[in-house]
Design a protein. Structure first.
Length: 145
């Protein structure tokens, strides 16, 4: 019975919030490149996390679809990388469950930055743990060099 009580608490400890992920993304970029980023470089979507983040969303748990959007916007706006052909991402059966996220999901998937839940399911609404977030940011470091 004790494990059932402790288990949700442990999950809470290991989940990453949207704001924490954004902060780590920027921190990792600065550490890896030695360069700072201006708000203009971030673009509208990422700038939202910088100075317009509503208080009620500060503890919003990070989902894979939000992580995909953040990373894609970062690749596009900060690193100036062009979108790739979707290729194998077209096999993801849930890619269109979030129309505004579909290209971002495809881009991080084909670049190997965020892994799918299964071979044909991305898992858009899966909560990203701190460990998974670190893995995503580590994979992104290859694009910073």
């Amino acid at each position: 019975m004790l494990n059932q009580t402790v288990f949700p608490f442990k999950l809470w400890l290991f989940n990453m919030t949207e704001k924490d992920f954004f902060d780590k993304l920027i921190e990792n970029y600065i550490l890896c490149t030695g360069k700072d980023i201006s708000a203009e470089q971030l673009g509208y979507y990422l700038e939202f996390f910088l100075d317009r983040y509503p208080d009620e969303k500060l503890n919003q748990k990070l989902t894979k679809k939000v992580a995909a959007r953040m990373i894609h916007e970062f690749l596009k706006n900060v690193l100036k990388l062009s979108d790739m052909d979707w290729g194998a991402a077209t096999a993801l059966r849930d890619i269109y469950e979030c129309r505004v996220c579909s290209n971002a999901i495809a881009q991080v998937y084909v670049r190997g930055i965020i892994s799918p839940l299964t071979k044909d399911i991305f898992g858009l609404n899966e909560i990203v743990t701190k460990e998974q977030a670190d893995e995503i940011l580590h994979k992104l470091e290859d694009f910073l060099q």
